[in-house]
Design a protein around this ligand. Structure first.
Ligand code: PMP
Length: 404
């Protein structure tokens, strides 16, 4: 093969060619394929609730299918009724007061992540990215021409970065801090005091914050926390909030998320979306209106199950010698350190990385987990506990036996 000589010889652009496949979706796809072959695979890979979408939401969507207005293009930035519901929901749930002009409805929270960075970053702008991080953030930052600057916090600090660490990573090119609490992949939750301290530092240096609140309702142990722009009102004009219906209402497949931010940024992102995708599917938007206008009983039911499974999985993981899993206070992920299992031989095979370990676990125990490499932190595994209790116990029991 000869090396590409010019643009016409380059089949895939350098910008897009540099994007890695989503590691979490890859693990999930591999586990589902093995399952389809009849193998008894237990999947801890997927970041989605195992519950169905509530009936009243599905019924609203079914009715919406028969309304011809939903068969047509609607405003690229979202149905006015959905924007109004997002404004009301935001005030109800986090206490943040916004106007419809500050809201953009997106194709899932993921599109909001992409568009927020695309709307705000110029080439070379740096984004402070606490690690372990959700795989999508660095890719979206790079696609926008930005530079992700990782700030790593390990299990001894509950995977939460400190102001001192952030300050050490700040340069004159730093524009944005990416903030997510509860976190994917660690489940860590910043306390209100920790958020206030970080917010004060952001304000002091004139930075921006992109804060991802998609797991806002999945909090445990009565942890005291809150929304960053509410706890730090001085940052209101420098904050973009990302959210969506996926995790709260078991609606991952419906693809409805949103961005809340200063009107000029929201307008810029809306212009981008108007050329990329136009409006989010109207039936999905109607379903989201029903979800947001309803109460929070669906998430409360899931919350009780997740809390039970959280205690179960953390307890069982910590029974494995050389594994340490802090107790997460949010979301539905456990993030154990498996560094103590590495550098050893298993069945005559030396395993040196968490990526190798995840592969070995899938082969030998038929259990799917996501390696820390996917989240910028080798030496860890992410296990989603959004699966049935029996499967959870069976899956972790297999790991206990594998490493006994
Ligand atoms: N933010 C975080 C932290 C997530 O974990 C996810 C889903 N994995 C999203 C945003 C996006 O969710 P969706 O696109 O399904 O709304």
């Amino acid at each position: 093969m000869t090396s590409p000589r010019g643009p016409r010889d380059r089949r895939v652009s350098q910008r897009i060619g540099a994007i890695a496949e989503s590691a979490t979706l890859k693990v999930d796809a591999k586990a589902k394929a093995l399952k389809a072959e009849g193998r008894p695979v237990i999947g801890f890979g997927a970041g989605e609730p195992d519950f169905p979408t509530p009936d009243y939401v599905v019924e609203a969507a079914a009715a919406a299918c028969y309304d011809v207005n939903n068969h047509r293009y609607t405003p690229a930035g979202g149905l006015p009724e959905l924007k109004a519901a997002i404004v009301a929901k935001t005030k109800r749930d986090s206490g943040l007061e916004v106007t419809p002009a500050e809201v953009l409805v997106t194709n899932g929270g993921k599109q909001a992540v992409y568009e927020a960075f695309a709307a705000m970053l110029d080439p070379g702008d740096e984004v402070l990215l606490p690690a372990p991080y959700w795989t999508t953030y660095p890719e979206c930052i790079r696609l926008a021409g930005g530079v992700p600057v990782e700030v790593f916090a390990d299990e001894t600090q509950d995977y939460k970065v400190t102001v001192e660490q952030l300050e050490a990573a700040r340069t004159d090119k730093t524009k944005i801090l990416l903030f997510v609490s509860p976190s994917n992949p660690t489940g860590s939750v910043y306390t209100a005091d920790e958020i206030r301290a970080i917010g004060a530092w952001v304000a002091e240096h004139g930075l921006w914050v992109v804060t991802d609140e998609i797991y806002e309702h999945l909090l445990y142990d009565g942890v005291e926390t809150g929304s960053l722009p509410v706890l730090c009102p001085e940052l209101a004009d420098h904050t973009v909030v990302l959210n969506g219906v996926a995790k709260t209402y078991a609606m991952t497949g419906w693809r409805v998320g949103w961005m809340i931010g200063p009107a000029d940024i929201v307008k810029a992102a809306t212009n981008l979306q108007s050329h990329a995708t136009s409006n989010v599917a109207n039936v999905s938007q109607r379903a989201a209106i029903a979800a947001l206008e309803g109460d929070l009983s669906a998430v409360q039911e899931m919350h009780a199950a997740f809390d039970r499974r959280r205690k179960l999985i953390v307890g069982m993981l910590n029974e494995i010698a050389s594994v340490y899993c802090p107790t997460p206070q949010g979301a539905f992920y456990a993030y154990p350190s498996v560094k103590g299992l590495l550098g050893k031989e298993y069945d005559g095979r030396r395993i040196d990385s968490s990526a190798d370990l995840a592969e070995y676990i899938l082969e030998k125990a038929e259990v799917a987990v996501v390696p820390g490499e996917a989240f910028g932190s080798p030496g860890y595994l992410r296990l989603s506990y959004a699966l049935g209790d029996d499967d959870l116990v069976e899956g972790i029991t297999r790991l206990q036996k594998l490493f006994a």
